[in-house]
Design a protein around this ligand. Structure first.
Ligand SMILES: Cc1cc2nc3c(=O)[nH]c(=O)nc-3n(C[C@H](O)[C@H](O)[C@H](O)COP(=O)(O)OP(=O)(O)OC[C@H]3O[C@@H](n4cnc5c(N)ncnc54)[C@H](O)[C@@H]3O)c2cc1C
Length: 388
């Protein structure tokens, strides 16, 4: 494997850097507020108008047909420019790969362009009150309605990120209660404004309504909005889970940019907290280690390999790195870490990002579950005891 970039890749990086330098809005208000969500949508539309919103997608859906290497380069440049986290992330990172893999050509035409241009923000509706780690335990139901050519959904989903501000949802429902747990599930796409859907916001740790519960009361979904086949939902869903933990959600650019900002903070504040020096260095090395490891993964994937259980190693690494890095930032700020608003150092971003980092070990599959996967599938250790 070579770590040298081709001329074409260098030109791609230069073009992305120039465009982002001229257009990146920097940090925007939190996308988990009405004002922030609106500002993020405007930014995503601008990104799409420059054809930078989905660089790796085919041109017909708004992309540039970039390679995986170019996509990682773009992510590095994106975060270096200080551009904000993507409000379209759930759709683009989690749903689009399975629409490409399992969707009909008609579904691809209907959903991908409006996802790419920021018109439709999607929310993931997988978790339920009794089904998070044990996702196959979901109870929300889909009942066949032959007369209308579709399905009727009932039940409750929870922890759906961005649902208070999203347009559409994707989720798993139990369509065959007699089948084995994993086999009786079907994957549906639906507008969050459909008759019978109630979206109830849940405040996060910082008070913003970043999540919602979604209640389904006899919601009709036509066959045209089943993704994959009836009863095939688990297979369809799992084809994205490795992706989510692996690369699509967290390319290294985000952590490299944060680690560089931490080094800047040390230059500004280090005299007041000399004992934090080693932690700053460790965070910077961690971000670079993740970058180099990722290039190895990219090389493997481009040679036809798959992510497999290694996605769980990635997920454990980036989530722990993110928490440690932000704890170090807060320690450097000392008591000032508590300040909020315009007078806060760095606009309060260290506390905001620290609070978000705390969620990393939970979403995309908790770290305890990822350790089980690494233990069993990579290291061949015996299964842990099942908790009741
Ligand atoms: C910021 C954030 C965003 C999220 N966004 C979404 C979203 O958009 N859509 C969505 O559907 N969901 C979302 N989630 C939900 C997330 O997927 C679940 O919280 C997660 O899967 C854990 O499920 P749970 O909360 O039901 O916890 P539980 O499964 O009840 O787990 C509780 C604790 O027990 C541990 N545990 C459970 N089983 C085992 C086991 N067998 N061995 C060892 N330990 C175990 C867990 O690791 C955890 O520490 C989000 C969560 C967060 C924090």
């Amino acid at each position: 494997m070579s770590l040298d970039f081709t001329e074409h890749e260098e030109a791609f990086r230069a073009e992305a850097r120039t465009w982002l330098a001229e257009n990146s809005p920097g940090r925007l208000p939190s996308m988990d507020t009405t004002e922030g969500a609106a500002a993020h949508r405007v930014w995503e539309q601008q990104l799409a108008s420059g054809r930078w919103s989905v660089v790796a997608w085919p041109q017909e859906f708004g992309g540039r047909e970039a390679t995986l290497t170019e996509w990682v380069i773009f992510e590095e440049e994106y975060y270096l420019s200080g551009a904000p986290t993507r409000i379209t992330q759930n759709g683009i990172s989690l749903l689009a790969p399975i629409i490409f893999e399992h969707g009909t050509p008609e579904q691809q035409q209907r959903y991908l362009p409006t996802m790419a241009d920021g018109t439709d923000v999607w929310a993931q509706a997988w978790s339920e009150p009794e089904a998070g780690s044990d996702l196959a335990g979901i109870r929300s139901t889909a009942t066949r309605d032959d007369s209308r050519g579709g399905w009727v959904l009932n039940g409750q989903k929870t922890w759906s990120s961005r649902a208070p501000f999203a347009d559409r949802g994707f989720g798993l429902f139990r369509s065959d209660p007699t089948a084995e747990r994993h086999r009786g599930l079907t994957y549906f796409l639906f507008p969050l404004t459909a008759d019978g859907i109630t979206v109830r916001p849940i405040p996060q740790l910082d008070g913003d309504p970043g999540f919602a519960e979604i209640f389904f009361d006899d919601v009709f979904v036509p066959d045209a909005d089943v993704l994959g086949g009836a009863g095939d939902g688990w297979r369809v869903a799992m084809s994205t889970a490795g992706n989510e933990r692996g690369l699509s959600l967290r390319a290294p650019g985000r952590f490299m940019a944060a680690a560089d900002q931490l080094v800047d903070l040390w230059r500004e504040r280090g005299d007041e907290a000399p004992t934090m020096r080693d932690a700053v260095v460790d965070a910077w090395i961690g971000a670079r280690a993740y970058q180099f490891y990722t290039w190895g993964t990219v090389d493997r994937l481009q040679d036809g390999g798959d992510m497999g259980a290694a996605g769980s190693v990635n997920k454990l690494f980036w989530s722990d790195l993110d928490v440690g890095l932000h704890e170090t930032g807060l320690a450097l700020l000392g008591a000032e870490q508590e300040l909020r608003g315009e007078d806060a150092p760095h606009g309060g971003r260290w506390m905001d990002d620290y609070l978000f980092s705390l969620a990393g070990p939970i979403y995309a599959g908790t770290n305890e579950i990822q350790r089980n996967i690494v233990a069993e599938r990579i290291l061949g250790l015996p299964r842990g005891e099942k908790r009741s």
